[in-house]
Design a protein around this ligand. Structure first.
Ligand code: SAM
Length: 654
């Protein structure tokens, strides 16, 4: 067995299982012991530790590792227990059970699968497991009673035969329901000869239990996911129609409403978030707008919208990617916020703040500028490396070359020094103001420290740099809320990758990355609404390399197997999906699906590799807003399409 697979297995146990709350030491040890690659189909070994079910032949699947662990932990299997598994499939769950229990009996309906499973267990020397082919919905009366029964397929109800074969004190864990309705994981405990108690453990998604006490023949037809989305979708009017924002009144009671975007350059996402935010400020007492922008730049906008004296210095949002905040859509919102605040006493004015830890883009531009002068070859490598900062834009080959390039290494100290210098200048520029000035200066001082740490970590790459950034953004958000008092309510604008709970995306599951959405949920629980935004096709403002010119690019139609393609097939041009309004939809979208993430860089040529990752939409978000066709933002200079006079004075001439 390769060292890589052993590492993958350990990572699976930590990232997919322990972190999701399965803490039973015996279960974790058993999952860490059994080589899952021996139970998948030949050729799929490399995917053995992926966070999903995999095909095993006969139209059946080996369950997702987390679900196997969850069921075994729920059944509280003890050393010495006699266990029955119904639906042995590949034999994997039986193998894990055999590492904990005394003896395991497993039944599989498909004889070829039962034979293959038996062979695998024998090859591993797991000799306390017996597997036979047959209908497990009737149990295995000859060897009953069982301390534990695990049913690895979903039936219409808990089979009476299985209940009878449970020892008093025994536990049965099984998914009940069809794929059409919702399968719920049930735990049934037999308390006496006649008394059984049952508890629900949440929604799951299993292949059907077919047999005398399961589904008879074919289970009920499964509706197409796109049809389910079409049924649940609440069509939205045009963004400017007041009814658009009113559709979000259901989130008005939350303390934090986080609004995402699946690109950094789509006009509809900005306009929709502006409309929702205006409504939440005007009607529901929200007073903080915190955005994925650099603190010092957003602070200049904040002074403008709250009618405070300008601080001087360079105009905000001068560096790549300028179009993210220097665009007519943001300009219109900033103008509205200033007019709205004019009517209010200073203490009730809504503020506009940047969550990003420092002027990252400015720092990167400065680093590239430096490398362009002293070592153009290393600058090209650094451009690639910065483009790869967002994990779905990785190119391991280029990254590996960068690390190996001697000239690149020799520049590293200068890269860090350059960043410190830049951050120091930002601090100098920001430290002159009264009133809120102290908060601003303290915040900037923290940003310098965070920046220094970030750049040190960036040399080593990986999850740590991403996590430092998102933790720091969350810390800033918390500090803003604290400064405004216990009843302060905030709207956050940031990319879906920062807002959708990272635990339910490849970011968290495979790369140990967390984000603001996850941290908000962990800290504020139900007081948070995470709302994702997505699109099928249209145009987007983006660049093809870090620091390159912005272009208006066509967005490719979404990939055939993606979440976006399902939303597209659902029909309406604009809609809201509320995952708490429809249990069936929520259960079906709790499975990972490819989802598109476009940042400031868009690489249509390698879209699949660069921009898609798997994510479970209904776990990642509380709701999702869909615009089937979208258009690029209109930037204020120095990019193309500039209303020139506005560009020079923004935001002060709005
Ligand atoms: N535990 C398995 C593993 O670790 O690979 C995965 C189980 S798979 C999700 C469900 C299995 O249940 C399928 O292989 C299916 O053929 C089997 N099954 C369905 N109805 C059954 C029945 N009545 N008796 C026995 N097996 C059944």
């Amino acid at each position: 067995m390769s060292a890589d697979l052993a590492k993958d297995r350990q990572h699976m146990v930590e990232a997919q299982i322990a972190r999701r709350g399965v803490r039973d030491a015996a279960v974790l040890a058993a999952m860490a012991e059994v080589p899952r690659e021996a139970f998948v189909m030949a050729g799929s070994e490399a995917s053995a530790y992926d966070d999903e079910p995999l095909p095993i032949g006969e139209g059946q699947t080996i369950s997702q590792p987390y679900v196997v662990a969850l069921m075994i932990a729920a059944a509280a299997v003890q050393p010495g227990d006699r266990v029955l598994e119904v639906g042995a499939g590949s034999g994997y769950a039986a193998a894990v059970l055999s590492r904990i229990a005394g003896r395991v009996h497993a039944i599989e309906r498909h004889a070829p699968l039962a034979i293959a499973a038996r062979r695998r267990l024998a090859a591993l020397g797991y000799d306390n497991v017996e597997i036979r082919a047959g209908d497990g919905s009737r149990g295995w009366p000859e060897v009953a009673p069982f301390d534990v029964i695990i049913v690895s397929a979903g039936g219409p109800r808990v089979p009476e035969a299985l209940k009878r074969q449970l020892a008093v004190g025994g536990r049965l864990v099984m998914p009940v329901g069809s794929e059409e309705t919702l399968q719920r994981l049930l735990k049934v405990t037999r308390r006496s000869e006649t008394d059984y108690v049952s508890e629900g453990l949440g929604g799951v998604h299993f292949v059907p239990l077919i047999g005398a006490e399961g589904w008879r023949g074919a289970p009920p037809a499964v509706p197409r996911l796109a049809d389910l989305i079409a049924t649940a979708a609440e069509p939205l009017p045009e963004i400017d129609d007041p009814a658009f924002a009113r559709a979000f009144d259901r989130f008005a009671g939350r303390r934090l409403v986080l609004l995402g975007e699946s690109t950094h350059g789509t006009a509809e996402f900005y306009r929709a978030r502006a409309a929702i935010t205006r409504h939440l400020i005007e009607e529901h007492g929200f007073s903080l707008v915190a955005v994925e922008a650099d603190w010092p730049d957003a602070a200049a906008v904040d002074r403008y919208v709250r009618h405070r004296p300008a601080a001087g210095g360079e105009p905000p949002f001068q560096r790549f990617p300028t179009w993210m905040w220097r665009n007519v859509e943001v300009e219109a919102f900033v103008g509205w916020l200033r007019r709205h605040n004019a009517e209010l006493p200073p203490e009730r004015r809504a503020g506009f703040f940047g969550l990003d830890i420092y002027n990252l883009s400015g720092s990167i531009a400065a680093v590239l500028d430096y490398l362009d002068r002293v070592d153009p070859a290393a600058a090209a490598v650094a451009r690639q490396r910065y483009g790869c900062l967002t994990p779905w834009q990785r190119d391991p080959a280029v990254y590996g070359r960068a690390v190996l390039t001697q000239s690149y290494r020799s520049c590293e100290a200068a890269v860090v020094a350059q960043c410190r210098e830049l951050l120091g200048r930002r601090l100098d520029a920001a430290a002159t103001d009264e009133g809120d000035g102290l908060f601003d200066a303290a915040q900037n001082a923290q940003l310098v420290a965070a920046g220094e740490h970030y750049y040190r970590a960036m040399y080593y790459g990986g999850a740590e740099t991403w996590n430092l950034r998102d933790r720091a953004m969350f810390d800033t958000l918390e500090r803003l809320l604290d400064a405004r008092g216990s009843d302060a309510k905030a709207v956050v604008w940031a990319h879906n990758s920062h807002i959708g709970d990272a635990r339910h995306t490849d970011m968290g599951a495979l790369r140990d990355e967390l984000n603001i959405g996850q941290l908000c949920r962990e800290r504020f629980g139900d007081a948070v609404a995470l709302i994702g935004f997505g699109t099928h096709a249209g145009t987007v403002a983006a660049a093809s390399d870090w620091g390159a010119r912005m272009a208006i690019m066509p967005v490719q139609p979404s990939a055939g197997d993606s979440f976006e393609s399902l939303c597209h097939a659902a029909g309406p041009a604009r809609f809201l999906l509320d995952f708490h309004g429809d249990d069936t939809l929520r259960a079906r979208l709790a499975q990972p699906l490819p989802q598109r993430f476009i940042g400031v860089i868009y690489l249509p040529g390698s879209e699949r590799l660069s921009h898609y990752q798997d994510a479970a939409p209904s776990r990642q978000f509380d709701a999702y807003v869909w615009f089937d066709t979208t258009t690029a933002v209109t930037p204020l200079g120095p990019e193309p399409h500039t209303p020139a006079d506005a560009a020079e004075t923004y935001p002060f001439g709005v």
